[in-house]
Design a protein. Structure first.
Length: 321
């Protein structure tokens, strides 16, 4: 069995050949790329330009990454993104103005539409932070299928993850998953191309804290199943009971590191597991949300930082950390 070792693929051996009962040589290649990567056409894949573009894009998206502005324990879990997270201009400048003029800072948005996420991830940024209550990330996944060194076809789709918190006193964080932008060339075996999402909390501080998971996340769906859904949307909720944290704030911090496993139909090989960009949720007591809100915004203004309460992509360093 031949195997390629290009970083462009999900795992080092993910470009592989296999024999079918008719003695045909079958090969598949799986690419995980930044969310704004366009799906190549059949002609681009056949002449090599589309494959080269996917390989270059996948190298840029390789490895786990967390938001550049992340602080606290989650910041040490994975390398930080090279570019800052996109964010509306009001977040930091308005906080500075509010502190200077001693006026109330407007409550940031607590929700984000899929379109907002899509529009603001254009340009290749791994994260978009709308406010300290709403952030999103995503990746594209493409698979090419070959038979006797001739292109059979390809599939392409995009995964988006939006994190949000409904209110200050809410200890539940909502993660909305959307699968979009399905593209197929020729006749790839997409009915057997499976996607399995692992959406559990990867790391938590303190380690004794327990997360209650809810929602309607699937065990697995094929490319064709997802494409038939309108929309292909799933929900994961993560909740931590009061009393499980540390210090007066009952603070719990975590790393949310969802992965997607791609399984290809036999006898094709060449799937694997890829890491999404990391999100960093945080829960605390929020006993007096209005005062807590004002103190956090004042500190953000002094430090010149973008800050998330019940953090989704950025973390506030707790007192004494």
């Amino acid at each position: 069995m031949a195997a390629a070792t290009a970083m462009a693929l999900l795992i080092p051996s993910s470009a592989a050949t296999a024999a079918d009962p008719n003695n045909d040589e079958l090969r598949a290649e799986t690419y995980v790329v930044p969310i704004d990567t366009p799906a190549p056409s059949f002609g681009e894949l056949r002449d090599g330009s589309g494959t080269a573009r996917l390989e270059a894009a996948a190298r840029a998206a390789a490895g786990a990454v967390t938001a550049q502005e992340t602080v606290g324990p989650a910041a040490r879990y994975a390398p930080k993104a090279k570019e800052p997270s996109a964010a509306p201009a009001f977040t930091v400048p308005a906080a500075k103005a509010a502190a200077a003029k001693k006026i109330d800072y407007p409550d940031p948005p607590r929700s984000m539409s899929l379109k907002e996420c899509q529009d603001n991830l254009k340009g290749g940024a791994p994260f978009y932070v709308k406010s300290r209550f709403a952030a999103c990330t995503g990746k594209g996944i493409g698979v090419t299928y070959w038979k006797n060194k001739k292109l059979v076809g390809s599939s392409f789709l995009k995964f988006y993850i939006r994190g949000s918190v409904a209110k200050d006193t809410d200890r539940e964080i909502r993660f909305d998953y959307d699968v979009t932008d399905f593209a197929v060339t020729k006749t790839p075996p997409t009915s057997g191309q499976m996607f399995r999402i692992n959406y559990q909390i990867k790391k938590i501080w303190p380690a004794s804290a327990k997360v209650k998971n809810g929602g309607n996340m699937p065990r697995g769906r094929s490319f064709d199943d997802l494409r038939r859904m309108k929309p292909a949307h799933f929900l994961h909720t993560a909740y931590v009971d009061a009393g499980h944290g540390s210090g007066p704030a009952d603070l719990v911090q975590a790393v949310y590191a969802p992965t997607v496993k791609v399984e290809l139909p036999k006898p094709y090989t060449g799937g694997g597991t890829s890491q999404f960009p990391l999100l960093a949720p945080k829960w605390d007591a929020a006993k007096n949300p209005e005062e807590l809100h004002r103190r956090r915004e004042a500190r953000a203004a002094r430090c010149g930082e973008l800050l998330l309460h019940l953090d989704l992509a950025l973390q506030h360093e707790p007192e004494g950390a």
